[in-house]
Ligand binder design. Structure first.
Ligand SMILES: [Zn+2]
Length: 543
Protein backbone atom coordinates (compact mmCIF):
# COMPACT_ATOMS: atom_id res chain seq x y z
CA UNK A 1 0.00 0.00 0.00
CA UNK A 2 2.66 2.47 1.07
CA UNK A 3 4.75 1.48 -1.91
CA UNK A 4 1.84 2.21 -4.20
CA UNK A 5 1.28 5.67 -2.72
CA UNK A 6 5.00 6.35 -2.94
CA UNK A 7 5.12 5.41 -6.61
CA UNK A 8 2.03 7.47 -7.43
CA UNK A 9 3.64 10.38 -5.59
CA UNK A 10 6.85 9.93 -7.55
CA UNK A 11 4.92 9.82 -10.78
CA UNK A 12 3.15 13.03 -9.76
CA UNK A 13 6.43 14.81 -8.95
CA UNK A 14 7.81 13.55 -12.21
CA UNK A 15 4.84 14.94 -14.09
CA UNK A 16 4.93 18.37 -12.44
CA UNK A 17 8.59 18.82 -13.19
CA UNK A 18 7.78 17.71 -16.69
CA UNK A 19 5.13 20.39 -16.93
CA UNK A 20 7.52 22.88 -15.44
CA UNK A 21 9.96 22.03 -18.21
CA UNK A 22 13.64 21.40 -18.36
CA UNK A 23 15.93 21.29 -15.40
CA UNK A 24 18.96 23.59 -15.30
CA UNK A 25 21.64 24.34 -12.71
CA UNK A 26 21.01 28.02 -12.22
CA UNK A 27 18.47 30.67 -13.12
CA UNK A 28 19.18 34.35 -12.70
CA UNK A 29 16.14 36.55 -13.12
CA UNK A 30 14.72 40.01 -12.43
CA UNK A 31 17.81 41.45 -14.09
CA UNK A 32 18.80 43.78 -16.91
CA UNK A 33 20.73 41.27 -18.98
CA UNK A 34 22.80 43.15 -21.55
CA UNK A 35 23.34 40.34 -24.04
CA UNK A 36 25.52 42.37 -26.46
CA UNK A 37 24.17 40.12 -29.22
CA UNK A 38 23.66 41.40 -32.77
CA UNK A 39 20.39 43.12 -31.82
CA UNK A 40 21.95 44.44 -28.60
CA UNK A 41 18.88 43.08 -26.80
CA UNK A 42 18.29 43.48 -23.08
CA UNK A 43 16.50 40.58 -21.36
CA UNK A 44 15.33 39.70 -17.84
CA UNK A 45 16.60 36.22 -17.16
CA UNK A 46 19.24 33.59 -17.94
CA UNK A 47 19.08 29.81 -17.60
CA UNK A 48 22.43 28.04 -17.15
CA UNK A 49 23.45 24.39 -17.30
CA UNK A 50 26.88 22.76 -17.23
CA UNK A 51 28.58 26.13 -17.32
CA UNK A 52 26.84 27.19 -20.53
CA UNK A 53 23.98 29.53 -21.27
CA UNK A 54 20.85 27.55 -22.18
CA UNK A 55 18.60 30.50 -22.83
CA UNK A 56 18.33 34.23 -22.24
CA UNK A 57 14.84 35.70 -22.36
CA UNK A 58 11.90 37.45 -20.71
CA UNK A 59 11.25 36.75 -17.01
CA UNK A 60 8.07 34.63 -17.45
CA UNK A 61 9.43 32.66 -20.37
CA UNK A 62 12.53 31.52 -18.48
CA UNK A 63 10.79 30.90 -15.14
CA UNK A 64 7.97 28.92 -16.78
CA UNK A 65 10.21 26.88 -19.00
CA UNK A 66 12.89 25.82 -16.52
CA UNK A 67 13.35 24.48 -13.01
CA UNK A 68 16.69 24.92 -11.33
CA UNK A 69 18.83 23.91 -8.38
CA UNK A 70 19.62 27.51 -7.64
CA UNK A 71 17.72 30.68 -8.30
CA UNK A 72 19.06 34.22 -7.97
CA UNK A 73 16.85 37.29 -7.96
CA UNK A 74 19.15 40.03 -9.29
CA UNK A 75 16.96 42.84 -7.98
CA UNK A 76 16.86 44.61 -11.34
CA UNK A 77 20.65 45.00 -11.51
CA UNK A 78 22.70 45.19 -14.71
CA UNK A 79 24.33 42.01 -15.99
CA UNK A 80 27.05 42.11 -18.64
CA UNK A 81 29.34 39.48 -20.12
CA UNK A 82 32.41 39.28 -17.87
CA UNK A 83 34.86 42.06 -18.71
CA UNK A 84 38.21 41.27 -20.26
CA UNK A 85 41.29 43.42 -19.78
CA UNK A 86 42.72 43.12 -23.29
CA UNK A 87 46.19 44.25 -22.21
CA UNK A 88 47.46 43.67 -18.70
CA UNK A 89 50.44 42.28 -16.83
CA UNK A 90 49.43 40.02 -13.95
CA UNK A 91 53.03 38.98 -13.37
CA UNK A 92 54.30 42.57 -13.19
CA UNK A 93 51.55 43.35 -10.71
CA UNK A 94 52.76 40.35 -8.68
CA UNK A 95 56.25 41.90 -8.54
CA UNK A 96 54.81 45.28 -7.62
CA UNK A 97 52.82 43.77 -4.77
CA UNK A 98 55.77 41.81 -3.39
CA UNK A 99 58.24 44.69 -3.68
CA UNK A 100 58.44 47.61 -1.29
CA UNK A 101 56.10 50.22 -2.80
CA UNK A 102 57.66 53.69 -2.89
CA UNK A 103 55.22 55.34 -5.27
CA UNK A 104 54.21 58.89 -4.29
CA UNK A 105 56.70 59.12 -1.40
CA UNK A 106 56.73 62.81 -0.54
CA UNK A 107 60.30 62.86 0.84
CA UNK A 108 63.31 60.62 1.27
CA UNK A 109 62.36 60.34 4.95
CA UNK A 110 59.09 58.80 3.86
CA UNK A 111 61.05 56.30 1.75
CA UNK A 112 63.00 55.31 4.87
CA UNK A 113 59.86 54.95 6.99
CA UNK A 114 58.20 52.75 4.37
CA UNK A 115 61.39 50.70 4.10
CA UNK A 116 61.52 50.08 7.86
CA UNK A 117 57.87 49.01 8.00
CA UNK A 118 58.34 46.69 5.03
CA UNK A 119 61.42 45.09 6.59
CA UNK A 120 59.61 44.53 9.88
CA UNK A 121 56.64 42.97 8.09
CA UNK A 122 58.45 40.73 5.59
CA UNK A 123 61.90 40.10 7.19
CA UNK A 124 63.37 39.83 3.70
CA UNK A 125 67.08 39.12 3.36
CA UNK A 126 67.25 41.28 0.23
CA UNK A 127 64.97 44.28 -0.19
CA UNK A 128 63.70 45.46 -3.56
CA UNK A 129 61.70 48.68 -3.68
CA UNK A 130 60.30 50.70 -6.51
CA UNK A 131 58.65 54.02 -7.23
CA UNK A 132 60.62 56.89 -5.61
CA UNK A 133 60.66 60.13 -7.57
CA UNK A 134 62.84 62.98 -6.33
CA UNK A 135 60.90 65.47 -8.45
CA UNK A 136 58.12 65.19 -5.84
CA UNK A 137 60.48 66.12 -2.99
CA UNK A 138 61.25 69.59 -1.60
CA UNK A 139 64.96 69.58 -2.62
CA UNK A 140 64.36 67.72 -5.95
CA UNK A 141 67.77 66.06 -5.58
CA UNK A 142 68.78 62.43 -6.03
CA UNK A 143 69.09 60.75 -2.61
CA UNK A 144 72.29 59.08 -1.35
CA UNK A 145 72.78 55.86 0.57
CA UNK A 146 74.38 57.16 3.84
CA UNK A 147 71.34 56.48 6.01
CA UNK A 148 70.65 53.16 4.28
CA UNK A 149 74.20 52.03 5.12
CA UNK A 150 73.73 52.88 8.79
CA UNK A 151 70.30 51.27 9.08
CA UNK A 152 71.06 48.18 6.98
CA UNK A 153 74.79 47.42 7.01
CA UNK A 154 74.25 43.77 6.02
CA UNK A 155 70.95 43.54 4.08
CA UNK A 156 71.32 44.36 0.37
CA UNK A 157 68.86 47.03 -0.69
CA UNK A 158 67.91 48.11 -4.21
CA UNK A 159 65.39 50.93 -4.65
CA UNK A 160 64.24 51.69 -8.21
CA UNK A 161 63.25 55.15 -9.28
CA UNK A 162 59.70 55.30 -10.64
CA UNK A 163 60.87 54.96 -14.28
CA UNK A 164 63.26 52.07 -13.59
CA UNK A 165 66.17 53.94 -15.23
CA UNK A 166 67.91 54.81 -11.94
CA UNK A 167 68.41 52.90 -8.69
CA UNK A 168 69.62 53.69 -5.20
CA UNK A 169 71.57 50.83 -3.62
CA UNK A 170 73.35 50.51 -0.27
CA UNK A 171 77.02 49.61 0.44
CA UNK A 172 76.11 46.01 1.25
CA UNK A 173 74.81 45.54 -2.31
CA UNK A 174 77.63 47.50 -3.98
CA UNK A 175 80.12 45.19 -2.22
CA UNK A 176 78.25 42.09 -3.31
CA UNK A 177 78.30 43.21 -6.95
CA UNK A 178 81.85 44.53 -6.62
CA UNK A 179 81.15 48.07 -7.75
CA UNK A 180 83.48 50.77 -6.40
CA UNK A 181 84.02 54.48 -7.06
CA UNK A 182 86.56 53.44 -9.69
CA UNK A 183 84.21 51.17 -11.68
CA UNK A 184 83.29 52.33 -15.18
CA UNK A 185 80.29 51.02 -17.13
CA UNK A 186 79.65 52.10 -20.68
CA UNK A 187 76.24 53.72 -21.21
CA UNK A 188 75.72 54.13 -17.49
CA UNK A 189 76.75 56.34 -14.58
CA UNK A 190 77.94 55.42 -11.11
CA UNK A 191 77.52 58.60 -9.09
CA UNK A 192 80.55 59.48 -6.98
CA UNK A 193 80.89 62.30 -4.41
CA UNK A 194 84.04 63.01 -2.36
CA UNK A 195 85.57 59.84 -3.77
CA UNK A 196 82.69 57.65 -2.57
CA UNK A 197 79.74 56.00 -4.35
CA UNK A 198 76.47 57.69 -3.44
CA UNK A 199 74.58 54.51 -4.34
CA UNK A 200 72.90 56.11 -7.38
CA UNK A 201 73.35 54.06 -10.54
CA UNK A 202 71.71 54.99 -13.83
CA UNK A 203 70.96 53.34 -17.20
CA UNK A 204 73.47 50.57 -18.05
CA UNK A 205 75.05 50.80 -14.59
CA UNK A 206 71.83 49.19 -13.30
CA UNK A 207 72.47 46.01 -15.32
CA UNK A 208 75.18 44.34 -13.16
CA UNK A 209 72.86 44.72 -10.14
CA UNK A 210 69.98 42.94 -11.90
CA UNK A 211 71.92 39.67 -11.98
CA UNK A 212 72.04 39.63 -8.18
CA UNK A 213 68.40 40.36 -7.53
CA UNK A 214 66.77 37.23 -6.10
CA UNK A 215 63.44 35.87 -7.33
CA UNK A 216 60.46 35.62 -5.01
CA UNK A 217 59.41 32.10 -4.05
CA UNK A 218 56.95 30.25 -6.27
CA UNK A 219 54.60 29.98 -3.31
CA UNK A 220 54.53 33.74 -2.80
CA UNK A 221 54.05 34.38 -6.51
CA UNK A 222 51.14 31.94 -6.71
CA UNK A 223 49.45 33.40 -3.66
CA UNK A 224 49.78 36.87 -5.13
CA UNK A 225 48.34 35.80 -8.50
CA UNK A 226 45.27 34.51 -6.65
CA UNK A 227 45.02 37.77 -4.71
CA UNK A 228 45.03 39.66 -8.03
CA UNK A 229 42.41 37.29 -9.45
CA UNK A 230 40.16 38.18 -6.50
CA UNK A 231 40.64 41.91 -7.15
CA UNK A 232 39.77 41.43 -10.83
CA UNK A 233 36.61 39.51 -9.93
CA UNK A 234 35.57 42.38 -7.66
CA UNK A 235 35.35 44.52 -10.78
CA UNK A 236 33.58 41.89 -12.87
CA UNK A 237 36.75 41.12 -14.83
CA UNK A 238 36.79 37.47 -15.88
CA UNK A 239 39.61 37.52 -18.41
CA UNK A 240 43.01 39.08 -19.03
CA UNK A 241 45.14 39.22 -22.15
CA UNK A 242 48.50 38.85 -20.41
CA UNK A 243 50.89 40.88 -22.56
CA UNK A 244 54.15 38.93 -22.61
CA UNK A 245 55.12 35.90 -20.54
CA UNK A 246 58.24 33.78 -20.33
CA UNK A 247 58.22 30.04 -20.93
CA UNK A 248 58.47 29.16 -17.24
CA UNK A 249 55.35 31.25 -16.54
CA UNK A 250 53.23 28.88 -18.63
CA UNK A 251 53.84 26.16 -16.07
CA UNK A 252 53.09 28.53 -13.21
CA UNK A 253 49.65 29.35 -14.63
CA UNK A 254 48.95 25.71 -15.46
CA UNK A 255 49.72 24.54 -11.95
CA UNK A 256 47.22 27.04 -10.54
CA UNK A 257 44.65 26.00 -13.14
CA UNK A 258 45.14 22.30 -12.47
CA UNK A 259 44.62 22.80 -8.75
CA UNK A 260 41.32 24.58 -9.60
CA UNK A 261 42.49 27.83 -8.03
CA UNK A 262 42.80 29.95 -11.15
CA UNK A 263 39.55 30.19 -13.13
CA UNK A 264 40.24 33.58 -14.76
CA UNK A 265 40.42 33.30 -18.55
CA UNK A 266 44.00 33.99 -19.56
CA UNK A 267 44.98 34.77 -23.13
CA UNK A 268 48.74 34.72 -22.71
CA UNK A 269 50.98 36.38 -25.29
CA UNK A 270 54.48 34.91 -25.37
CA UNK A 271 57.63 37.01 -25.46
CA UNK A 272 59.51 36.11 -28.66
CA UNK A 273 62.34 34.32 -26.80
CA UNK A 274 63.95 31.33 -28.52
CA UNK A 275 62.34 29.05 -25.93
CA UNK A 276 58.89 30.48 -26.64
CA UNK A 277 59.41 30.33 -30.41
CA UNK A 278 60.32 26.64 -30.01
CA UNK A 279 57.11 26.22 -27.96
CA UNK A 280 54.99 27.76 -30.74
CA UNK A 281 56.53 25.48 -33.36
CA UNK A 282 56.15 22.36 -31.24
CA UNK A 283 52.71 22.93 -29.69
CA UNK A 284 51.04 25.19 -32.26
CA UNK A 285 47.82 26.86 -31.15
CA UNK A 286 47.69 25.79 -27.53
CA UNK A 287 44.80 25.55 -25.10
CA UNK A 288 44.74 24.23 -21.58
CA UNK A 289 41.35 24.75 -19.94
CA UNK A 290 41.10 28.52 -19.34
CA UNK A 291 44.60 29.27 -20.65
CA UNK A 292 44.99 30.04 -24.34
CA UNK A 293 48.31 30.58 -26.09
CA UNK A 294 48.56 31.55 -29.75
CA UNK A 295 50.30 34.90 -29.92
CA UNK A 296 53.56 36.77 -29.44
CA UNK A 297 53.94 40.12 -27.70
CA UNK A 298 56.65 42.11 -29.43
CA UNK A 299 58.19 45.41 -28.33
CA UNK A 300 58.09 47.86 -31.24
CA UNK A 301 59.41 50.96 -29.48
CA UNK A 302 59.57 52.69 -26.08
CA UNK A 303 57.21 55.08 -24.30
CA UNK A 304 56.27 58.65 -25.23
CA UNK A 305 56.79 59.97 -21.69
CA UNK A 306 60.50 59.06 -21.68
CA UNK A 307 61.01 60.05 -25.39
CA UNK A 308 61.43 56.37 -26.28
CA UNK A 309 58.57 56.13 -28.80
CA UNK A 310 59.82 56.28 -32.40
CA UNK A 311 58.46 59.29 -34.30
CA UNK A 312 58.57 60.24 -37.98
CA UNK A 313 59.60 63.80 -37.06
CA UNK A 314 61.65 64.99 -34.09
CA UNK A 315 60.11 65.38 -30.63
CA UNK A 316 58.60 68.82 -30.10
CA UNK A 317 60.46 69.11 -26.78
CA UNK A 318 63.76 67.41 -27.70
CA UNK A 319 65.54 68.78 -30.77
CA UNK A 320 67.00 66.21 -33.14
CA UNK A 321 65.56 63.31 -31.11
CA UNK A 322 63.23 60.81 -32.79
CA UNK A 323 63.11 57.91 -30.31
CA UNK A 324 63.93 54.46 -31.69
CA UNK A 325 62.75 50.94 -32.43
CA UNK A 326 63.13 48.61 -29.44
CA UNK A 327 63.42 45.58 -31.74
CA UNK A 328 65.37 45.85 -35.01
CA UNK A 329 63.28 45.78 -38.19
CA UNK A 330 64.90 42.53 -39.34
CA UNK A 331 63.91 40.85 -36.08
CA UNK A 332 60.33 42.15 -36.34
CA UNK A 333 60.16 40.64 -39.82
CA UNK A 334 61.61 37.35 -38.58
CA UNK A 335 58.92 37.14 -35.89
CA UNK A 336 56.25 37.87 -38.52
CA UNK A 337 57.59 34.94 -40.56
CA UNK A 338 57.34 32.68 -37.51
CA UNK A 339 53.75 33.85 -37.00
CA UNK A 340 52.98 33.07 -40.62
CA UNK A 341 54.36 29.57 -40.08
CA UNK A 342 52.73 28.77 -36.72
CA UNK A 343 49.46 30.66 -37.15
CA UNK A 344 50.34 32.69 -34.09
CA UNK A 345 49.02 36.22 -33.82
CA UNK A 346 51.61 39.01 -33.69
CA UNK A 347 50.83 41.69 -31.11
CA UNK A 348 53.25 44.57 -31.31
CA UNK A 349 53.66 47.43 -28.84
CA UNK A 350 53.69 50.49 -31.11
CA UNK A 351 53.48 54.01 -29.67
CA UNK A 352 55.16 56.39 -32.10
CA UNK A 353 53.83 57.14 -35.62
CA UNK A 354 57.01 55.79 -37.25
CA UNK A 355 56.70 52.47 -35.42
CA UNK A 356 53.00 52.17 -36.22
CA UNK A 357 53.78 52.89 -39.87
CA UNK A 358 56.41 50.14 -40.05
CA UNK A 359 54.19 47.63 -38.26
CA UNK A 360 51.33 48.32 -40.71
CA UNK A 361 53.67 47.34 -43.55
CA UNK A 362 54.82 44.17 -41.78
CA UNK A 363 51.21 43.19 -41.02
CA UNK A 364 50.23 43.88 -44.61
CA UNK A 365 52.30 40.92 -45.73
CA UNK A 366 50.84 38.71 -42.99
CA UNK A 367 47.37 39.74 -44.13
CA UNK A 368 48.14 38.73 -47.71
CA UNK A 369 48.83 35.17 -46.55
CA UNK A 370 45.95 34.87 -44.06
CA UNK A 371 43.07 37.33 -43.92
CA UNK A 372 42.22 36.15 -40.41
CA UNK A 373 45.58 36.66 -38.68
CA UNK A 374 44.06 39.47 -36.58
CA UNK A 375 47.56 40.91 -36.05
CA UNK A 376 47.32 43.43 -33.25
CA UNK A 377 48.87 46.80 -32.60
CA UNK A 378 49.09 47.32 -28.85
CA UNK A 379 48.61 50.96 -27.74
CA UNK A 380 48.37 52.54 -31.25
CA UNK A 381 49.07 55.80 -29.48
CA UNK A 382 50.32 58.21 -32.12
CA UNK A 383 49.17 57.38 -35.66
CA UNK A 384 49.79 59.43 -38.75
CA UNK A 385 46.18 60.56 -39.51
CA UNK A 386 46.72 59.49 -43.14
CA UNK A 387 47.38 55.94 -41.97
CA UNK A 388 44.37 55.33 -39.74
CA UNK A 389 42.71 53.78 -42.80
CA UNK A 390 45.35 51.03 -42.78
CA UNK A 391 43.73 49.26 -39.82
CA UNK A 392 40.91 48.06 -42.07
CA UNK A 393 42.98 47.94 -45.26
CA UNK A 394 45.56 45.56 -43.80
CA UNK A 395 43.32 43.79 -41.26
CA UNK A 396 45.13 45.20 -38.22
CA UNK A 397 43.30 44.78 -34.92
CA UNK A 398 43.69 47.87 -32.68
CA UNK A 399 44.20 47.29 -28.94
CA UNK A 400 44.13 50.43 -26.80
CA UNK A 401 44.09 51.62 -23.19
CA UNK A 402 41.93 54.73 -22.69
CA UNK A 403 43.42 55.45 -19.25
CA UNK A 404 46.78 56.09 -20.97
CA UNK A 405 45.19 59.02 -22.81
CA UNK A 406 44.09 60.73 -19.63
CA UNK A 407 47.34 59.97 -17.80
CA UNK A 408 49.45 61.31 -20.68
CA UNK A 409 47.32 64.40 -21.31
CA UNK A 410 49.50 66.45 -18.94
CA UNK A 411 52.51 66.29 -21.29
CA UNK A 412 51.39 64.70 -24.59
CA UNK A 413 51.21 68.04 -26.42
CA UNK A 414 54.68 69.03 -25.15
CA UNK A 415 56.13 65.84 -26.65
CA UNK A 416 54.48 65.85 -30.07
CA UNK A 417 52.92 69.30 -30.55
CA UNK A 418 49.39 70.20 -31.67
CA UNK A 419 49.49 68.85 -35.23
CA UNK A 420 50.41 65.28 -34.34
CA UNK A 421 47.82 65.21 -31.54
CA UNK A 422 45.24 64.81 -34.34
CA UNK A 423 46.24 61.16 -34.67
CA UNK A 424 46.95 60.58 -30.97
CA UNK A 425 44.73 58.47 -28.68
CA UNK A 426 42.33 58.59 -31.62
CA UNK A 427 40.02 55.82 -30.49
CA UNK A 428 36.88 57.08 -32.20
CA UNK A 429 38.62 57.45 -35.56
CA UNK A 430 40.27 54.05 -35.24
CA UNK A 431 36.99 52.40 -34.27
CA UNK A 432 35.17 54.12 -37.14
CA UNK A 433 37.75 52.68 -39.50
CA UNK A 434 38.18 49.11 -38.25
CA UNK A 435 34.76 48.54 -36.66
CA UNK A 436 36.19 46.89 -33.56
CA UNK A 437 38.66 47.91 -30.88
CA UNK A 438 40.03 45.81 -28.00
CA UNK A 439 40.24 47.69 -24.72
CA UNK A 440 42.48 47.18 -21.68
CA UNK A 441 44.43 49.06 -19.03
CA UNK A 442 48.10 47.97 -19.22
CA UNK A 443 47.99 47.38 -15.44
CA UNK A 444 50.03 47.82 -13.26
CA UNK A 445 51.02 50.96 -15.21
CA UNK A 446 47.38 52.00 -14.87
CA UNK A 447 44.67 50.97 -12.41
CA UNK A 448 42.80 47.70 -13.13
CA UNK A 449 39.42 49.39 -12.54
CA UNK A 450 37.34 49.01 -15.75
CA UNK A 451 35.10 51.87 -14.66
CA UNK A 452 38.08 54.22 -14.84
CA UNK A 453 38.58 52.89 -18.36
CA UNK A 454 34.96 53.70 -19.22
CA UNK A 455 35.39 57.16 -17.68
CA UNK A 456 38.55 57.76 -19.72
CA UNK A 457 37.04 56.46 -22.95
CA UNK A 458 33.69 58.23 -22.72
CA UNK A 459 34.40 61.40 -20.71
CA UNK A 460 38.13 61.50 -21.54
CA UNK A 461 38.92 62.30 -17.90
CA UNK A 462 41.01 60.68 -15.18
CA UNK A 463 39.90 59.55 -11.72
CA UNK A 464 40.14 63.15 -10.47
CA UNK A 465 37.87 64.24 -13.34
CA UNK A 466 40.74 66.05 -15.06
CA UNK A 467 40.91 67.77 -17.40
CA UNK A 468 37.64 69.50 -16.63
CA UNK A 469 36.46 69.61 -20.29
CA UNK A 470 37.99 66.24 -21.18
CA UNK A 471 41.09 65.51 -23.28
CA UNK A 472 40.67 65.55 -27.10
CA UNK A 473 36.95 64.79 -26.65
CA UNK A 474 36.41 64.51 -30.42
CA UNK A 475 38.03 61.08 -29.99
CA UNK A 476 35.68 59.94 -27.19
CA UNK A 477 33.71 56.74 -27.76
CA UNK A 478 30.31 55.70 -26.42
CA UNK A 479 29.93 53.62 -23.28
CA UNK A 480 28.34 50.86 -25.40
CA UNK A 481 31.41 50.71 -27.62
CA UNK A 482 33.77 50.84 -24.65
CA UNK A 483 31.99 47.87 -23.07
CA UNK A 484 32.11 45.98 -26.37
CA UNK A 485 35.86 46.65 -26.36
CA UNK A 486 36.09 44.90 -23.01
CA UNK A 487 33.80 42.00 -24.00
CA UNK A 488 32.93 40.86 -27.51
CA UNK A 489 35.70 42.74 -29.34
CA UNK A 490 38.28 41.58 -26.80
CA UNK A 491 36.97 38.06 -27.51
CA UNK A 492 37.50 38.60 -31.25
CA UNK A 493 40.97 39.96 -30.57
CA UNK A 494 41.81 36.61 -28.92
CA UNK A 495 39.89 34.27 -31.28
CA UNK A 496 37.43 33.42 -28.50
CA UNK A 497 34.23 34.94 -29.86
CA UNK A 498 32.54 31.54 -30.15
CA UNK A 499 32.80 31.02 -26.39
CA UNK A 500 33.02 34.48 -24.81
CA UNK A 501 31.98 38.09 -25.12
CA UNK A 502 28.18 37.97 -25.36
CA UNK A 503 25.39 36.36 -23.34
CA UNK A 504 23.82 34.02 -25.88
CA UNK A 505 22.77 30.39 -26.02
CA UNK A 506 25.73 28.02 -26.09
CA UNK A 507 28.31 30.48 -24.81
CA UNK A 508 30.10 30.27 -21.46
CA UNK A 509 27.98 31.49 -18.56
CA UNK A 510 30.68 34.02 -17.71
CA UNK A 511 29.26 37.33 -16.56
CA UNK A 512 29.00 39.87 -13.78
CA UNK A 513 26.06 41.39 -11.94
CA UNK A 514 26.96 44.97 -11.06
CA UNK A 515 26.33 46.75 -7.81
CA UNK A 516 25.26 50.04 -9.44
CA UNK A 517 23.81 50.89 -12.84
CA UNK A 518 26.55 50.74 -15.48
CA UNK A 519 26.59 54.31 -16.77
CA UNK A 520 29.06 57.07 -17.49
CA UNK A 521 28.69 60.48 -15.87
CA UNK A 522 30.84 63.63 -16.13
CA UNK A 523 31.99 63.03 -12.54
CA UNK A 524 33.45 59.61 -11.90
CA UNK A 525 31.10 57.23 -10.06
CA UNK A 526 32.77 54.08 -8.71
CA UNK A 527 31.14 50.75 -9.47
CA UNK A 528 31.88 47.15 -8.56
CA UNK A 529 30.61 43.68 -9.24
CA UNK A 530 27.86 42.43 -6.98
CA UNK A 531 28.49 38.87 -8.13
CA UNK A 532 30.86 37.44 -10.72
CA UNK A 533 30.41 34.11 -12.49
CA UNK A 534 32.73 32.02 -14.62
CA UNK A 535 31.18 29.09 -16.49
CA UNK A 536 28.11 29.25 -14.28
CA UNK A 537 30.13 29.12 -11.08
CA UNK A 538 30.01 32.02 -8.64
CA UNK A 539 33.61 33.14 -8.17
CA UNK A 540 32.88 36.36 -6.32
CA UNK A 541 30.05 37.81 -4.28
CA UNK A 542 29.82 41.02 -2.25
CA UNK A 543 28.44 39.10 0.73
ZN1 LIG B 1 51.95 46.54 -21.51
Amino acid sequence: MYQKIASILLLFIGLTSCFKGKHVDLIIHNAQVHTLNEQNSIQDAIAIKDGKIVEVGPERQILNKYTSDEDIDAGGKDIYPGFTDAHGHILSLVQQKLNLDLNNSQSFDEVLVRLEKYEQRTHRKFIIGRGWDQSLWANKEFPSNEQLNKMYPNTPICLYRVDGHAILVNEALLKKVNITAATKIEGGQIEVKDGKCTGILTDNAVLPILKFIPKYSKKEIKETILEIQEELFQYGITGVHEAGIENSDIQLFEELINSNQLSLNIYAMLTPSEENIAFSKKKGIYKHKNLSIRSFKVMGDGALGSHGAWLKKEYADKKGHFGALATPESELKRIATICELTGYQMNTHAIGDATNSLIFQIYKSLNEVNKDHRSRIEHAQVIDPNEIKLFSEFGVFPSVQPTHAVSDQRWAEQRIGKERLKGAYAYRSILANYGMIAIGTDFPIENIDPFLTIHAAVQRKNAENEPLQGFLTQEAISIEDCIKGMTIWAAFASFEEARLGTLEKGKDATFAIFENKVISTPNFQPNFAYMTFIKGKKVYSVE
